[in-house]
Ligand binder design. Structure first.
Ligand code: ADP
Ligand code: ASP
Ligand code: MG
Length: 892
């Protein structure tokens, strides 16, 4: 059985730690104590099996390196339930009682799964809960009362955990975190923050450590809670258990702090929202701080500071997948090449825009307005300023949500300026070192924002972030698209194996759904075809399979293959046999299809050129194919050519879409299509020559993965068709995306079919036409190329091959990714990352960066570049006078 070394699978293999000892004790600086602090979040303490893992991990750490402190959150959902009680207790006694009973019952049920008697272990907490819920302080929502109630969640979970682990024979001892976490009052702290979002004192004295150690070598305590100087209970703010663990780590000068949660590390985006997000194996404190501050909930933003100051390494790991090594955050992160490491988002951003005519050069204006923010306990985050306007953003804090502080702020600001509050907004932040040197790679990302209403752009002075503030609704669904563009443009250097691990999709097993590629089981056949390289090989059964899959999309009445993707005659015949017509964009293509497919009926051929010369239309007319026009110029300048014809009209729907700016064919920036505003003019010109518009067409880009896009296009065209009256068919073009990355999902043909069925049902009077190119042939083709030289230069390894950008231009032109494997050594393990480069005299002649081909790769080996059936040979050139690549077919 052939085993393919997927370059992208290897980081995952390397991330699996052989033992649970992820930081060898001898790697720890001598000044450190041997303490390990292990924090387990809500989901990590909500199942019996996870408590078994907690016990195992704690014992393992103790055996490996020394004493262990386990810090726990409340059981999943419990803090929310306590907040609901706090809310109800202020006005509805019955509801409060019901919520309190339900919360006690939740704990009883959970304790039962642990075979623990809840009332015996935490019965006194239930009593406290009941008493607090009826406390007189509820009427004024007293912040101290709120803190005491919220603290109960962690107090209960830690006590149940202690009882269970003891019952399992693990001698862990419960301690009250409030004896150790001492809240400090910072300048300008509000009453609210002084109890409900506290910072804590870090005592790193040896005396403290010695006293702490007296309590035992295996301890369990609560995250989230602290005590102030008056011995009153305080809390650290939502998600604050991470920060408790960090404070303990700093105070104990621990060997490490481990944050155990429900994802195996910090990712390049929230993995729940962006399945393609990549695990960040290594980060330095500053980058991790930036990612956490800008929205990655996996770490409480305040948790990095204590670790950074004390130089305690911080790990993020997954309780459900303890074998994965996760993310390591420390001071010595991997090689810091500029690059976007992550994209994060925060909702609930409040923008305050302050307009003042006389502000320009007015000394002290900012001091005056910022004093007002301070007075309201509001910290300003982003700032944009102009001659007469200053706009600032406020962090989404519970303080903002739970009081009318904004109204009060505006009332006070009104004395100085005109105030406008813009809500709800969301910030989207790109985080990484050297953002300012990356701007040239961000043009696609900028283009996406260019289509939204951006209220504020801010670039941090530490050059670690670039933030865009947009309306909250506009941010919806934007992250996966932006993440994809960051990878495609090379701004996010995911080939840096030292930093970027596998994707969430790979880790969570979703990637397995994709079928094996045809070439994986044809090593021998392909090697025998690699006699003259570079050589494309096309697998006809794959093209047939794609054609059949599309033919099964019921809503479609007619389908055409856009031959520009790959005009190989055998592919044309295969697709015509499968029921496809052919769509051509030049006179040359027209001649080619009639020469390649004997007896081809012209009604099966479309001619959709762009800025073609007059005689090309004449030729198309003579051949009897359906002509598409996309401006009024040909009709007005060469009316005789179109007299009496049935025409198709290409509309520009006003927006583009696709995997790269260069393949987006809609919108003002693109040369294609008639804007709807000029429809009347076009129809008038057609009328003059008695031509009829019988079809409408739009194709707004290529490599589109969201089916909603075609629904939008069709609806727009159908609206115009109704105005025209003579339209019989609507052609929504192609653009269907294909999976280029090994872990990318297949195009969702079901969703595509559903979207088309919806529009077809809404406008059954029109025939629905499609004209895909890439989708039919991309995966059917591979490019075989031979290794010419392997060269190490100044620490960069390069594998030279005989195919360059002349044979395959997509990586150079679009920054496109193509999987590359060593076909001669499929069984060999991946080696160090190397760039695969061609023989063309251009520094952009790179086919793949940082690829982990086998270390044994040598001159003469055959490399296979996958998914090159579309726009591979078709875009090849003889640049540098290198021969065009050969082409070969496989039909089994
Ligand atoms: P816990 O209860 O263990 O403290 P949280 O829910 O607070 O866990 O944090 C883990 C969650 O953080 C993940 O399930 C994920 O949805 C979210 N998250 C947001 N951004 C990121 C990111 N960049 N990397 C990893 N996780 C993230
Ligand atoms: N239980 C608290 C919360 O849900 C703290 C934490 O889990 O980190 O916010
Ligand atoms: Mg958390």
């Amino acid at each position: 059985m052939l085993r393919v070394q997927h370059a992208l699978l290897s980081p995952m293999e390397s991330l699996v730690s052989a033992s649970t000892a992820v930081v060898p004790p001898n790697a720890v600086a001598n000044s450190r104590s041997a303490w390990s602090v292990l924090k387990f979040g809500g989901t990590s303490v909500s199942k019996r099996s996870r408590w078994d893992t907690i016990g195992r991990l704690a014992m393992a750490r103790q055996a490996e390196s020394g004493p262990v402190l386990v810090v726990v959150s409340a059981i999943s959902g419990v803090t929310n339930a306590l907040l609901a009680i706090i809310d109800a207790a202020q006005r509805d006694a019955d509801k409060t009682a019901a919520l309190v009973s339900a919360l006690c019952e939740t704990h009883r049920e959970f304790a039962a799964t642990l075979q623990i008697d809840a009332d015996g272990v935490i019965g006194h907490r239930f009593a406290e809960l009941r008493a607090l819920s009826g406390d007189a302080r509820a009427t004024c929502a007293d912040v101290g009362w709120q803190a005491e109630l919220q603290a109960l969640g962690e107090l209960m979970s830690s006590a149940l955990g202690e009882a269970y682990l003891n019952q399992q024979g693990i001698p862990i001892r419960w301690i009250d975190a409030r004896q150790h976490m001492r809240a400090i009052v910072l300048p300008n702290t509000t009453e609210w923050a002084a109890r409900l979002s506290v910072n804590c004192h870090i005592d790193t004295s040896p005396d403290y450590r010695a006293a702490f150690a007296e309590q035992g070598a295996l301890l369990i305590t609560q995250g989230f809670i602290a005590r102030d100087e008056a011995e009153r209970t305080c809390i650290l703010g939502r998600g604050g258990s991470d920060t408790s663990a960090a404070y303990f780590g700093a105070r104990l000068q621990a060997a490490r702090v481990e944050i155990w949660t429900d994802v195996p590390g910090m990712f390049s985006a929230n993995p729940r929202e962006v399945p393609q997000a990549r695990l960040l194996s290594r980060l330095d404190y500053e980058e991790a701080q930036e990612i956490a501050t800008t929205g990655a909930k996996v770490l409480h933003p305040r948790c990095i500071g204590p670790c950074r100051e004390s130089r305690v390494p911080l790990w993020i790991r997954d309780t459900e997948r303890p074998e994965l090594a996760g993310t390591l955050i420390d001071a010595s992160a991997a090689d810091a090449a500029p690059g976007v490491k992550a994209i994060s988002t925060r909702k609930g951003i409040v923008l305050v825009s302050m307009e003042s005519i006389g502000m320009w050069q007015q000394v002290g204006f900012l001091a005056d307005v910022f004093a007002i923010f301070r007075a309201h306990g509001l910290s300003v985050d982003l700032i944009g300023s102009a001659e007469s306007n200053v706009t600032v953003s406020l962090d989404p804090s519970e303080n903002l949500v739970s009081s009318n502080v904004i109204d009060a702020l505006c009332a006070d600001l009104a004395a100085f300026c005109r105030v406008k509050v813009i809500v709800p907004c969301a910030s989207i932040t790109l985080v990484g070192r050297g953002m300012r040197s990356l701007l040239h790679k961000l043009s696609d990302v900028m283009a996406v924002f260019g289509r939204e209403r951006v209220h504020l752009i801010s670039q941090s002075s530490n050059d670690l972030n670039l933030t865009f503030v947009v309306d909250e609704a506009a941010a919806e669904g934007l992250l996966p698209k932006l993440h994809e563009l960051l990878i495609a443009s090379g701004a996010m250097p995911v080939d840096e194996a030292a930093v970027f691990g596998p994707s969430w999709r790979q880790i969570s097993g979703q990637a397995a759904a994709r079928a094996a590629c045809w070439w994986q089981s044809r090593q021998t056949a392909l090697l025998s075809l690699a006699t003259g390289t570079p050589r494309y090989v096309y697998h006809l059964p794959t093209a047939r399979a794609r054609a059949q899959a599309l033919a099964a999309v019921e809503a479609v009445d007619r389908r055409f293959y856009a031959i520009k993707a790959n005009p190989h005659p055998a592919l044309l015949r295969t697709l015509v046999d499968a029921g496809f017509g052919l769509e051509c964009v030049s006179e040359g293509e027209l001649r080619h299809v009639f020469a390649s497919v004997p007896g081809l009926d012209p009604v099966r051929v479309l001619f959709t050129p762009s800025f073609a010369a007059r005689q090309e239309y004449a030729e198309a007319r003579a051949l009897g194919v359906r002509i598409t026009l996309d401006s009024v110029y040909p009709l007005q300048m060469w009316p005789a050519l179109f007299r009496g014809l049935d025409l198709q009209l290409r509309i520009d729907p006003g927006f583009g879409s696709g995997h790269h700016e260069k393949v987006r064919t809609g919108g003002k920036g693109a040369k294609f299509g008639l804007p709807a505003t000029r429809l009347a003019e076009f129809l008038a010109a057609a009328d003059v020559v008695a031509a009829r518009v019988v079809g409408l067409h739009a194709h707004i880009g290529s490599g589109v993965t969201d089916a909603a896009h075609w629904r939008t296009v069709y609806s727009q065209l159908a609206g115009l068709a109704e105005q025209i009256g003579t339209v019989e068919s609507i052609d929504v073009g192609g653009g269907l995306g294909v999976p280029y990355e090994p872990d990318a999902p297949d195009f969702d043909l079901q969703a595509y079919g559903r979207a088309l069925a919806e529009v077809k049902a809404a406008w059954p009077q029109y025939e629905l036409w499609i004209e895909p190119g890439r989708y039919l042939v991309a995966e059917a083709g591979v490019l075989l190329t031979r290794v010419t030289q392997c060269v190490d230069k100044l620490g960069v390894r390069r594998i030279g091959v005989d195919a360059g950008m002349n044979a395959l231009i997509r990586p150079a032109l679009y920054g496109a990714y193509h999987e590359i494997v060593n076909l001669s050594r499929l069984e060999d393990a991946p080696g160090a990352p190397a760039d695969v480069v061609g023989p063309i005299c251009e520094s952009g002649d790179v086919l793949g960066r940082r690829r982990r081909l086998p270390a044994s790769t040598q001159e003469g080996d055959v490399l296979l570049i996958a998914t090159t059936g579309a726009y591979g040979a078709a875009m090849a050139s003889t640049y540098n006078l290198r021969a065009l690549p050969a082409e070969e077919l496989l039909d089994d």
